[in-house]
Structure formats: structure tokens, C-alpha cells
Design a protein around this ligand. Structure first.
Ligand code: BES
Ligand code: MN
Ligand code: ZN
Length: 497
């Protein structure tokens, strides 16, 4: 099988661009700039300015303009100018995408070594440049047997880049790629057992312990919600729990990450229409995100205790499947009337959130491709953010801002709780169409007690429906960077409730 990704060798350089031993020099360009940085302007500036005059290059975000370097004494034979739009609108995400666009172009032209030449040296931006190049070194054609092997970048040099920031970016980018590979895997390859094993393997880095619960252990713990969803499938469910408890972490807080791990969602007896159902192999993207984030947190040796919990099963319409109207008992003691078997994510997360608390989590975040309603509300641009108290929701907002990922809060007013009412059980799992993303979050809220908790609905953001200059079609690896930033913020006190 073809490899899905390779991580280039990253380093910082302090030499002049002419001495950079690479095939390609990459230079960011923002609207209003008049010259390229350093001596590069003397060899490529005139060509660029005439391209701008002709209207061939406008410098919009991720626009590329490639030019040859013919001046004697330069090691690189090409330069590419990459647009960044307006500098005052630039965000971490802009530079990540710019670097990724350059990386994809370099791979297409089979140029193995790239140097990024810019005057900004803000560590957060340097990190995002490294992330972007790591992300560019990802190939979707994992199962193509006839095409040539993919060409990967071998070296990325970042001029003036802080070595720690580059290293953080490499780790985050590589972890996102690990998540993307899992998410892209088809359901026949990535069964629940396989997700648990490969998740444990991804997180098998120093300081991390993994535990995989099988169906007998889940029954022992009375996880009737997870087991209920699994009933329709020939594949047994699993629960993956990862723990990272570094000795230098303060004893108080423990971040509990919980990710939805539905390896394929047919909808069950409330079956989905066949059009587009193949995408439901990505219904474990939340699980992949928390596994990848915990790996990156451990590799960065962040001084905070973190656990990741991934309840995983298929959602299938088998002869033993849970039926609309059935009542399930969760490990927390709550009973649920399953009025729609397609609202399975909140069921498995209910038991997953309970287990994270049992392992000692003090601050919870769950990540899930939970509702089509969230895609209606926020589209494919923005991850839905929910939770309480507000201080914890704010901690996630600012982590996402620093990480360069779009999230936006939606409310959890008490009035929404009414729609969860069931005649015969504590609640129903599918309260109907109005405010579907919110009522799904209200359901999860029933399982978190008084702990600070946030819920990230990535139904719209986990998957790129079309290729862009900076990414191929497929899994995005969304929220890995945000969760790592959140863990990095553990030094400043987290809110309690
Ligand atoms: N995995 C889906 C949500 C989803 C839909 C993700 C589209 C990505 C794209 C989830 O399990 C689901 O089916 N949700 C239902 C809930 C409803 C039955 C209350 C939905 O959104 O339709
Ligand atoms: Mn579903
Ligand atoms: Zn689902």
C-alpha cells in the first residue's frame, strides 16, 4: 500500500536565501507590499511586479506565482510567491494554508526541498508554517495500486524560525495527518476493533498508557448506551481510553477529551438515504481528533494531565438492532427512549463522558460529527461550540483563535431542555428538527454533572467536500490544533463550576 504521509525534515536557517540549499524558495506576499524581503527582491522582484501589473498575480490568499531564479550564485533555481491577502486580516490559519499551498505545488513539481523566507518571526506563525508543510505532505490515494508512488517533500527550512515553534508545528501537523489517515479509512478497514488498536498505536508515545475495553468489560460497566448502538452490528464495540499523566503536572486539573467513534453510520433501523451515505465512514472524526491531540500533547511534554476516551461501534440495522421506541440504560443510570436510531452519537458519548469522569477528568471536552443541523447552522466553515460555564467555553474560543481554527458558540438555554422529554424514560435521544445542534448538546449536558464541559460539533468541518489550493478532498484533521492549544493554556487557571 502507498504511504499516506511523510514528515519532512524541518530546520531553521539563518543564512541568506541565496545560500539556502533547496530547489524552491517560498515567499509570502501581502497586499500593499512593494518589495520582496531580503536580497530576493533583486532577483525576482521585477518579474513579480510585472506579473502584478499584468493582473496575473493579485496576492489573494493562497494565489501562487512561480518564477525562475537565473542570477549566478543562487542555489535555488525557483521561487514561488504565495499570496496572503491583507496583512491586517491575516490569521494563523492564513499562514498555515499558504505554507500548505506551497507544499502541494512543490510536490506536484517534484521539488523535494523548500525554504520559507519571510520577515515575520512570531512563534505562533512559525508554528503554523511548519504545520502547513507537514499537512501538505499527505496523500489521499492510499489504495491506488496503479499510479506512481506519491512524491513527498524531504526538507523544509524556515528562515529565522524559532526551533521550538517549528517542532511544535511538526508535531501538530504530523498528528493531524495521523487523524486524517484514520478518518479517510473506509468502514470495512476501520472497524471498531481496528480503530481502538490503531488509536492506541498512534498514541503509543512516551508517557501514554492505553486501555481497550471489550464488550464483556463494557457490559460489566453497564454501558448500555454504547452496547445498545452496537447491537445491530456484527462487529463488537470497543472503548479506547488513553492516559497521559506527566510527573510534573499539577495535581488538580485533568483534561478529559471524549471523541465520537462511529466507524460507520448507516442510521441503523432509522436508516439514512443512500445518496452520500459513503461519507459516514468519517463519523469517527471526533475520536480521531482526541487521539491525535493526546499524542501531540504527550510529544510536546505539556505539564498537564490529559485522558482521551473513544467509545467506538458501527451503527447498523441488524436483526438484533435497537429499534425506535426501545429504552436503553446508560452507565450513569440515565434511561433513554431511542425514538430515532440515527441519533446514535449522543448515546455513545453519554457513556463516554461518564467513563471520562470515572477516570478522574475535571474538565471535559467532547468532539463529534454529531448533527446535520450544525452544518445547516454554520456550514462547512465553522465548528459549533457549546458548553458551560462561560469561562470554559471562552477558554476553547481563545484556544481555537490561537490555533487558527474557526469555532462559534451556540446557546444552551434551559428552555431547550423541554424537547428532551420522554413519556416513559428520562429523555428521548431525538427531540426533533428545531435547533437540532443545540438539543443534541443539551442531551450530552445531562451526562456531565457539574463539571466544566464543552462540546465541539464538527459535522461540517471534519471533511473537505472539495479540494482547495491548500488541501485535498477528504478528512481535515480539524480541532487537533485547538485541543493542543487548550492543553497549553493549562498553566493559567481553568474555571470551575
Ligand atoms: N453522523 C450524523 C451527523 C452528520 C450528518 C454528520 C451529516 C455529518 C454530516 C449523526 O449521527 C446523525 O445522523 N444525526 C442526525 C440526528 C437526528 C436523527 C436527530 C441528523 O443530524 O440528522
Ligand atoms: Mn446518525
Ligand atoms: Zn453519526
Amino acid at each position: 500500500m502507498r504511504p499516506a504521509y511523510e514528515i519532512p525534515h524541518f530546520s531553521t536557517i539563518s543564512t541568506a536565501p541565496r545560500d539556502a540549499d533547496v530547489e524552491l524558495l517560498a515567499v509570502p506576499w501581502f497586499e500593499g507590499m512593494v518589495a520582496l524581503p531580503t536580497e530576493l527582491d533583486a532577483v525576482a522582484g521585477a518579474d513579480l511586479r510585472s506579473a502584478i501589473d499584468r493582473g496575473e498575480f493579485a496576492g489573494r490568499s493562497c494565489d501562487l506565482y512561480a518564477t525562475r531564479i537565473t542570477a549566478p550564485g543562487w542555489k535555488a533555481s525557483r521561487a514561488v510567491v504565495v499570496g496572503g491577502g491583507r496583512r491586517d486580516e491575516m490569521r494563523v490559519e492564513t499562514t498555515r494554508r499558504m505554507a500548505a499551498a506551497v507544499g502541494l505545488m512543490a510536490r506536484q513539481q517534484r521539488l523535494p526541498r523548500v525554504a520559507w523566507v519571510a520577515d515575520a518571526d512570531d512563534p505562533q506563525l512559525v508554528q503554523s508554517v511548519a504545520e502547513g508543510f507537514a499537512l501538505a505532505n499527505f496523500d489521499n490515494g492510499h489504495y491506488k495500486s496503479r499510479d506512481d508512488a506519491p512524491f513527498f517533500l524531504s526538507h523544509v527550512l524556515i528562515a529565522g524560525g524559532d526551533a521550538d515553534a517549528i517542532e511544535r508545528g511538526r508535531i501538530v501537523g504530523e498528528s493531524m495527518n495521523a487523524a486524517r489517515l484514520l478518518i479517510n479509512e473506509p468502514g470495512n478497514r476501520l472497524t471498531p476493533r481496528e480503530l481502538a488498536e490503531r488509536g492506541a498505536a498512534i498514541a503509543a508515545v512516551p508517557g501514554v498508557d492505553a486501555e481497550i475495553l471489550d464488550e464483556a468489560q463494557l457490559a460489566e460497566l453497564q454501558m448500555g448506551l454504547l452496547l445498545g448502538v452496537a447491537r445491530g452490528s456484527a462487529e463488537p464495540p470497543r472503548l479506547l481510553a488513553l492516559r497521559y499523566e506527566p510527573s510534573d503536572a499539577p495535581p488538580g486539573p485533568m483534561l478529559g477529551l471524549v471523541g465520537k467513534g462511529i466507524t460507520f453510520d448507516t442510521g441503523g433501523i432509522s436508516i439514512k438515504p443512500s445518496d452520500g451515505m459513503e461519507r459516514m465512514k468519517d463519523d469517527m472524526a471526533g475520536g480521531a481528533a482526541v487521539i491525535a491531540a493526546l499524542r501531540a500533547i504527550a510529544l510536546q511534554k505539556l505539564p498537564v494531565r490529559v485522558i482521551a476516551v473513544v467509545p467506538t461501534t458501527e451503527n447498523m440495522p441488524g436483526g438484533k438492532a435497537v429499534k425506535p421506541g426501545d429504552v436503553l440504560h446508560g452507565a450513569s443510570g440515565l434511561t433513554v427512549e431511542v425514538n430515532n436510531t440515527d441519533a446514535e452519537g449522543r448515546l455513545v458519548l453519554g457513556d463516554g463522558l461518564w467513563y471520562a469522569q470515572r477516570l478522574g477528568a475535571t474538565h471535559l471536552v467532547d468532539v463529534a460529527t454529531l448533527t446535520g443541523a450544525c452544518v445547516v447552522a454554520l456550514g462547512r466553515v465553522t465548528t459549533g461550540l457549546f458548553g458551560a460555564p462561560n469561562g470554559w467555553v471562552d477558554a476553547l474560543r481563545s484556544a481555537a483563535e490561537r490555533a487558527g481554527e474557526r469555532v462559534w458558540p451556540l446557546p444552551l438555554f434551559d428552555e431547550y431542555r423541554e424537547s428532551l422529554k420522554s413519556e416513559i424514560a428520562d429523555m428521548v435521544n431525538s427531540p426533533g428538527r428545531p435547533a437540532g445542534a443545540i438539543t443534541a448538546a443539551m442531551f450530552l449536558k445531562e451526562f456531565v454533572g457539574d463539571l466544566p464541559w464543552a462540546h465541539l460539533d464538527i459535522a461540517g468541518t471534519a471533511w473537505a467536500e472539495e479540494a482547495k489550493a491548500w488541501t485535498p478532498k477528504g478528512a481535515t484533521g480539524v480541532m487537533v490544533a485547538t485541543l493542543v492549544e487548550l492543553a497549553r493554556s493549562a498553566g493559567s487557571p481553568w474555571p470551575t463550576r
